[in-house]
Design a binder for this molecule. Structure first.
Ligand SMILES: C[S@@+](CC[C@H](N)C(=O)[O-])C[C@H]1O[C@@H](n2cnc3c(N)ncnc32)[C@H](O)[C@@H]1O
Length: 310
């Protein structure tokens, strides 16, 4: 597949997530005042820039690191906003703007909300470009997790490395697979206990590099604990949230699956404890206890193996 084909497919799917876009439109209409200057970080094809203009922005700086900016310009023109949308190619942390802005907006979500560097990108944009008293959208993000019985995703992503394709031993890769976050789409029915909030992270100039939190869960049915489902709830503006929680219809982003390996039998009443830490949304550690058994997984454990194999 060509690069452009991949980029277009990704953004076509983002544009088809109309519930998500409706939420951003509502937040922008609540926050942007006529004449405001807006910065759209990670503009994609520029949909949030167009929505910001629709909400009254006089100028929008649309910064995008991977989509050719000509696409943003074409779409701004097609929607009569060519004179208000200024597309800039590159990473937001490496660009300069000619003026301060009233609002910074970004959808840099992914599975567990932080993997695209949302906190750091918002902090950098707010510190360097947001005028005093300006507003960021989203203004906070919360991380949630639930213990799940997920034989399908565990088998496909972790267990697959214990099979012997045509007699070949591929098991040395299993620890790598057990120490990365995987994409999954869990349902509420997979949960062995109700989800709990691990952390709430305010976004803006003081956004932290380290995010951590813990929760404990009372198992409510017999089953096998394969790991944890992780999702986010983002507060876009007062009273407007988007989330990829199981059953939520406000975005179509998939969830994070944090495997434990090996899986663990659990029974009603067992207590499961989970602690999660993330550094810059890139390095993750999830550890805890399920009954008598402890587990400790981290992307750093996978790193030396990944580096050796490169
Ligand atoms: C999830 S997409 C959202 C696109 C668009 N804003 C939307 O809502 O449909 C995130 C986009 O942000 C870009 N991106 C992520 N971090 C960035 C950064 N720090 N600077 C510039 N672009 C960034 C990615 O290339 C990707 O196109």
């Amino acid at each position: 597949m060509s690069y452009l084909s991949e980029v277009l497919a990704f953004h076509a799917s983002l544009l088809s997530d109309t519930a998500r876009l409706e939420r951003f439109r509502r937040a922008l209409q609540r926050v942007v005042r006529p004449g405001d200057v807006v910065l759209d970080v990670g503009a994609g094809v520029g949909i949030l820039s167009v929505l910001a203009c629709e909400a009254g922005a006089s100028r929008v700086y649309a910064i995008e690191g991977s989509v050719p900016v000509g696409i943003i310009e074409m779409l701004a023109e097609a929607n009569g906003m060519a004179d208000r949308v200024h597309a800039i190619g590159g990473n937001s942390t490496a660009i300069e703007l000619p003026e301060q802005v009233d609002v910074v907006v970004a959808d840099l979500f992914e599975l567990f909300g932080l993997e695209q560097g949302l906190v750091a990108a918002m902090a950098d944009a707010a510190r360097r470009f947001l005028r005093e008293g300006g507003t960021v959208i989203p203004r906070a993000i919360s991380l949630y997790a639930a213990p799940v019985e997920a034989p399908g995703v565990h088998g496909a992503r972790v267990g697959a490395w214990s099979r012997e394709p045509l007699g070949m031993d591929v098991s040395p890769v299993r620890p790598l697979a057990a120490n990365v976050l995987h994409a999954a789409s869990h349902r509420s029915a997979d949960e062995l206990a109700a989800g709990e909030r691990l952390a709430r992270v305010p976004l803006g100039a003081d956004g932290p590099r380290h995010v951590g939190g813990a929760a404990s869960f009372a198992i409510r049915r017999p089953g096998v604990l394969y790991g944890f489902d992780g999702w986010f709830v983002a507060e876009l503006a007062r009273g407007v949230t988007v989330s990829n929680a199981p059953g939520s219809r406000t975005t179509r982003y998939r969830h994070a699956f944090l495997p434990i390996d090996p899986p663990q039998l659990v029974a009603p009443g067992d207590e499961v404890e989970l602690e999660v830490h993330a550094w810059d949304g890139e390095q993750w550690r999830w550890s805890g206890r399920a009954g008598e058994r402890t587990f400790d997984h981290a992307t750093l454990h996978a790193l030396p193996i990944a580096a050796l194999r490169r």
